[in-house]
Design a protein around this ligand. Sequence first.
Ligand code: FE
Ligand code: CA
Length: 499
Amino acid sequence: MDRRSFLAGAGALWLPSMAHAEAPLAPEPFGLGVASGHPQATSVVLWTRLMAADPSAALGGPIPVQWTIAEDERLRNVVRSGDAVAEARWGHSLHVEVEGLRPNRPYWYRFVVRGKPSPVGRTRTAPDPREHVTSLAFAFASCQQYEQGHFSALRHIAEEPLNAVLFVGDYIYDISWGRELVRRHGTGRPTTLFEFRDRYALYKSDADLQAAHAAHPWIVTWDDHEVTDDYTGDISPADPDPERFLAQRVAAYQAFWEHMPLPSTMQPRGLSMRLYDRYRFGDLAELHVLDNRQYRSHHACRATLTRGKLLRGCEERLDPTRTMLGAEQERWFADGMRRASARWNLIAQQTLMAEADRGQDGQHSYWADGWDGYPAARRRLLGTVAASPVRDTLVLGGDVHSFWAADLVCGDSVVATEFVGGSITSQGPAEARVNTLLSRNPHLRYGRTGVNGYGLVVLEPKGAEVAFRTVRSAKEIGSPMGTLERFSVESGRPGVQRA
Ligand code: FE
Ligand code: CA
C-alpha cells in the first residue's frame, strides 16, 4: 500500500464523504502489521486491523478472521487457534485475548483473512508471579513524530532481546511542526474518528514501527498528542469549545484503543478509557503503568500562561487539591505500592518526574504541563513510593524529547531513581536549556538533548543497568545505533550511578 500516493491523490484534505463508501479488502489486508501486548503469565493480546482496498473508504460488515499461536516460528506446534470477527464499529481492528499459555516463553502468531495470511509476529508471556527470575529487559520509548524523522530507532528495538517494550506516550502526533522534516502527515489536525484512524494508519504503515511491534509485546500508555497538544480534561489549547473538544477526545481514545494491543477491559466507555494497570514479572519486578493525562487538573494559572507554559510565582501551582492521576488512580497506585512484593517496582509514566526549576537570577520557573505543574501530587506519589515495603523503585518516562537520569527526592532522602528515554524522532529542546536545568537542579544527574533513541533497562536482583540507546540521525533511514551512556542502580541504594 502506498500511502503517500494515496494522500497525494486525495489532496491535503479529509473529505467527510469518504468515510461512507464501502470497499473490498486491500490486496494486503494486513498492511498495518500485527502486534501483541498486555503480557500476563498465561495470556497475551494479539492485534491487527484490516485495511480496505481504498484506505479512504470503510470496509463492510463483520469480517471473520482466523488466528493461530504456536511455540515455534514456523507455526508447526500450534497451541491455540480460533476465529475472531473484525467489526466496522471498531474500525475492523482485532484484539484477540489468548489464554492458556505457558509463562515466560516466546510464542509466534498469525492471522488469516479470506485465505490471506498476515506476517508472523513474535510475542512473550510474563514469568509466573511465583517464579524466581534472575533477569528482565525492557525498552522504554516515546515521542515518534512521523514528519521529524524515520523510525530507525524502532528497527533497533525490534532487534533487542526484550521481555516487552514500554511505550510511554506520543505514539502519534496531532500537529505538524519542526525542522528538516523528512516526510509529511499530508493532512491537518485530526478531530474525528475517521481522521484519527487515518493518522494511526499512516504511522502504522511504517515498516520499522511494524517490525518493533512484530518482535515484542508492547505495554502502552499515552500522553497528550494522541488527542491534542497539552490538553487537560475538557480543555484543548486548540479549541475553545469544551463540548466539541470532548467529542474529539472520545474519538481519539477510541482510535487509540483500536490501534493498540489492549484487552477489552480497556475499551473506552463513555468519556473515559481505563489505561493504567499493573503487570507482574515473576518475583523480580512489578510494573505500574500510569496515566498522567486523562484525569489531571487543568494547568495552574491558566489565564496567564503563555506559549512556553512557564510558571513564575503561581500560588495555584502549590494547591494540594491539584491532581495528576485523579483520586481513583492515586488510591489504586497507593494500594499497589503498599502491597508490592517483587524485588523491584517499575513505574512507567509519561514525563520527567523530578523537579526541574528552569528559572534564573534567583527566580523560580516551572513548566506547567509537567510534574512541576502538580508538585503536591508528586509529593504524594513519592511519599507512597517511600512507604512501599519494596525499597527499589525505578521511574521510567519520556515526553521531554531528551535523555535524563535523576534522583527522586522525598524530604531529605532519595527514594527512587528516574530515567527518561529520549524520543524516537521528536526534536528536543535547545542545549542551553538542558544546561540551565542541570546547573540549577543538582538531583538531575544527567541530561542530553539533540539525539534520538530510547532507554533500555536490564533488571537483576542485585541491581539495574540502564543504557541510553541512540541512532546516528533520525533523519536517515536505517541509521546505525550506538550507546550514548550507561547507568546503574544498586539494589537497596536508590540513586543514579555511572556504570
Ligand atoms: Fe512528545
Ligand atoms: Ca507529550
